[in-house]
Design a protein around this ligand. Structure first.
Ligand code: KG4
Ligand code: ZN
Length: 345
C-alpha cells in the first residue's frame, strides 16, 4: 500500500464542491484543499432548492472550483491518483454535472474514475477527520436524509433506521417557512429557539418508544402549523416559543430513536469496546440536538464524534476521501457508470 491522492467533486444538491485529499498507507487522511460554492442565495427567493437552477449553477462554477482545488493543493491533474465524483443519490441534473466533469478529467489525464455514493461520503468522513475505526453507527441528518446506518467497513453499510416521511432538516426548513424565517431554516429556527420557552407549545413526539429506530417528522410539522394558527397573529415571542418547542420535540425524538439504535448496536458486540456514534449532515450543526446526543452517549458509555461543520454539510473532501478509501481497496469504475437519482447504500 502507498499514499493515494484523489480529486473529488460534489454536485448532488445545492453545493458545488471540489477537493483534494490524501489517504496515507496507514489509513490516515489529510485534506490538501476543499473548495465549496454554496448556491443558497440562488435558491433563497424560492424557499428551497430549484433543481434546474441548481444544475445550471453547477455547470457555471465547476471548472473554476476544480482549478482552485488543484491550485490550493499545489498539484496538477497529472499528480492525482484518481478522480472521484458523486454519482448519486441527488438531483440528477446536478449529479450529471459533477460526474461528467470527473469522467472528462479522468479520461484526459488517464486516471481511474471512482463513482461515489454521496451517502458513503457522509458515512466515511469521520475516518478522515477522527480516524474512527469500523464498526460504528452513523446518524445522517440533512435536508434530504434522516437515517441511522451501521458502518461495518468500506462498502459495508446497513441501514437500521430511516424516516418514514420528511427528513429532519426538511422539518426544520418547513417550520422556518411557516414562521417566515427564511431559507435554509435550520439555523434560523435554532437562533429563535434560544429566545423561546420550550414548554409553551405542546407538540407530539412521533414514534417515541417504538420498536424500530425509525423517524417521522411530518406530523410534527402539521402540529406546528396548528399551533401557529392558534396563536396568530404571531409576536416575535410566539415565534421564538414555537421554535423552542419544536426543537425540544425533535431533540427528544432523536435522542430516543438513536438511543435505541446505539443500545442494540452495543448489545450485539462481543468485544466490549465503547460504541461510537458519528453524526453527519447539516442538522449536526444544531447545538441542542448535539448536546442531547453527547449526554446520551455519555449515559451509554459510548463516544460521540461530530466532524467539523464544514465537513458535516456537503463538500468535496468527503467525496475525495470515499474515493480514496475505495481505490485503496482496488475499486474504480468504468466511464459508462450512470448517474443515479436514487441510490440506497
Ligand atoms: O447536509 P446539508 O448541508 O445539505 C443536504 O441537505 O444535503 O443539510 C442542510 C440541512 C437543511 O435542511 C438545514 O436547514 C439543516 O441542514 N440545518 C440545520 C442547522 N443548520 C443546517 N438544522 C438545524 N439546526 C441547524 N443549526
Ligand atoms: Zn449530503
Amino acid at each position: 500500500l502507498r499514499d493515494i491522492v484523489v480529486l473529488g467533486l460534489e454536485s448532488s444538491c445545492d453545493e458545488t464542491a471540489a477537493a483534494v485529499v490524501r489517504r496515507r498507507a496507514d489509513g490516515s487522511g489529510e485534506i490538501l484543499s476543499n473548495v465549496v460554492f454554496s448556491q443558497i442565495e440562488e435558491h433563497a427567493a424560492f424557499g428551497g432548492v430549484v433543481p434546474e437552477i441548481a444544475a445550471r449553477a453547477h455547470v457555471e462554477v465547476m471548472d473554476g472550483l476544480v482549478e482552485a482545488a488543484l491550485a490550493e493543493a499545489g498539484l496538477s491533474l497529472a499528480d492525482v491518483d484518481a478522480v472521484a465524483a458523486t454519482a448519486g443519490p441527488g438531483l440528477i441534473g446536478g449529479v450529471l454535472v459533477g460526474l461528467t466533469t470527473a469522467k472528462a478529467l479522468a479520461y484526459a489525464a488517464k486516471k481511474p474514475l471512482v463513482a461515489v455514493n454521496h451517502l458513503e461520503g457522509h458515512a466515511l468522513t469521520a475516518r478522515l477527520t477522527h480516524g474512527v475505526a469500523f464498526p460504528y453507527l452513523l446518524l445522517l441528518v440533512s435536508g434530504g436524509h434522516s437515517q441511522i446506518l451501521r458502518v461495518d467497513g468500506v462498502g459495508h453499510y446497513k441501514r437500521i433506521g430511516t424516516t418514514i416521511d420528511d427528513a429532519l432538516g426538511e422539518a426544520f426548513d418547513k417550520t422556518a417557512k411557516l414562521l417566515q424565517l427564511g431559507y435554509p431554516g435550520g439555523p434560523a429556527v435554532e437562533k429563535m429557539a434560544a429566545e423561546g420557552d420550550a414548554g409553551r407549545v405542546a407538540l407530539p413526539r412521533p414514534l417515541i418508544g417504538r420498536d424500530e429506530p425509525n423517524f417521522s417528522f411530518s406530523g410534527l410539522k402539521t402540529a406546528v402549523r396548528h399551533a401557529a394558527e392558534a396563536l396568530a397573529p404571531l409576536s416575535r415571542q410566539d415565534v421564538a416559543d414555537i421554535c423552542a418547542s419544536f426543537q425540544a420535540a425533535v431533540s427528544d425524538v432523536v435522542a430516543d430513536r438513536v438511543g435505541l439504535a446505539v443500545s442494540r448496536f452495543a448489545g450485539m458486540r462481543a468485544d466490549g469496546r465503547p460504541p461510537v456514534l458519528v453524526v453527519a449532515g447539516g442538522v449536526a450543526a444544531n447545538k441542542a440536538i448535539r448536546s442531547r446526543l453527547e449526554a446520551l452517549m455519555t449515559d451509554l458509555n459510548g463516544r460521540l464524534v461530530v466532524p467539523p461543520g464544514n465537513l458535516c454539510t456537503d463538500n468535496g473532501a468527503m467525496i475525495a476521501w470515499a474515493g480514496a478509501e475505495r481505490l485503496a481497496l482496488g475499486h474504480s469504475d468504468g466511464f459508462d457508470v450512470a448517474a443515479r437519482p436514487r441510490w440506497p447504500l
